[in-house]
Write a protein that binds this ligand. Structure first.
Ligand SMILES: Nc1ncnc2c1ncn2[C@@H]1O[C@H](COP(=O)(O)OP(=O)(O)OP(=O)(O)O)[C@@H](O)[C@H]1O
Length: 297
């Protein structure tokens, strides 16, 4: 397994030659990207561009994956990462018949938080997402936004080093969104790494870096400031649209599996690449050599 080079900034996620097939279709083909540690990295891209698929590969739940995905120095999906990585899916994934506190206690136990530390861990996670006062409330009686926050708290309760958050602010009001982004920034300041997908462009400006996907390929790996500068757009939304329009114009011909971007800094011209996944299945690969059953999910 590759280690960080001496003197190089630490990397939380290293993706090389990633290829993912879903439903018989190549969704991601030859993706190379690093996510630096201790920062908030935004994952942007049009609907269907592969954001969730990439996140699933990172947390090790995606089938039909080849290439290399290393997370905190371990192959994605390693049992040793269970407590070190928190994942929030787009849909709230908590037990509706349990109370908020019961859910969090359960997820803390699953992640290996010792029983003597669980009460404090549950209280801290509830406070992070501003759910104080709801501990005894069954999740089925919560509002949609409150349920989303319970999911987020469930990911935070084991105090993971890496948080992978799939559109965590959907359905939240502006005040809660702002507060959550403050929390994300505080988590990064304390050394944690966050990969956060979003369609809300003003959230993008709160990230340290942005990864822009289109048809499973990387169009840009860039800071929010450089995004505005390089596109000359007045705001993040128009900068995003400018990049996507440019990528569409440049890559109108090739389908997703033939489009890839380079991963080092700046805006990338998508380049036609008719090669297969770089390096095949490397040691430390996330999952399969493609011989497993087709992923129906
Ligand atoms: N189980 C599946 N079987 C077949 N195709 C799938 C499956 N799941 C996702 N896909 C396809 O993979 C592509 C990428 O989906 P993905 O959910 O990763 O996109 P996304 O960028 O997260 O989209 P959104 O912003 O709408 O959530 C889409 O074209 C989608 O239709």
């Amino acid at each position: 397994m590759r280690k960080n080079l001496p003197g190089a900034p630490p990397v939380a996620i290293r993706v090389a030659g990633l290829r993912v097939v879903r439903g018989g279709r190549t969704i991601i083909s030859g993706l190379d990207v690093d996510v630096p540690a201790g920062s908030v990295v935004g994952l942007l891209g049009p609907s269907g561009s592969g954001k969730t698929t990439l996140m699933r590969a990172v947390v090790g739940v995606q089938d039909r994956v080849s290439g290399t995905v290393e997370v905190l120095g371990e192959p994605a999906g390693s049992p040793s990462l269970r407590r070190r990585v928190g994942y929030v899916t787009q849909d709230a994934s908590v037990y509706t018949d349990l109370t908020v506190a019961q859910n969090l206690d359960y997820f803390a136990a699953l992640a290996g938080v010792p029983s003597r530390g669980r009460k404090a861990a549950v209280a801290a996670a509830m406070s992070d997402v501003d759910l104080g006062g709801h501990e005894k409330q069954p999740v089925r009686t919560l509002s949609g936004g409150e349920r989303s926050r319970v999911s987020l708290a469930a990911a935070l309760v084991a105090d993971p080093e890496l948080l992978v958050l799939d559109e965590p602010t959907v359905g939240l009001d502006p005040v809660l969104r702002r507060d959550l982004w403050d929390t994300f920034r505080q988590l990064a300041a304390s050394g944690k790494s966050l990969l956060v997908s979003s369609h809300v462009m003003d959230e993008a400006t709160q990230c340290d870096r942005l990864l822009l996907l289109r048809e499973g390929g990387l169009v840009a790996d860039i800071t929010p400031g450089a995004l505005l500068e390089e596109t000359g757009a007045p705001d993040a939304e128009r900068a995003f649209l400018a990049l996507i329009d440019a990528a569409n114009a440049a890559g109108a011909e090739p389908p997703a599996r033939e489009v890839r971007g380079r991963s080092t800094g700046g805006v990338h011209e998508p380049v036609a690449a008719d090669r297969g996944p770089a390096g095949g299945v490397a040691p430390g690969t996330a999952a399969t050599d493609g011989t497993r059953e087709e992923d129906a999910r």
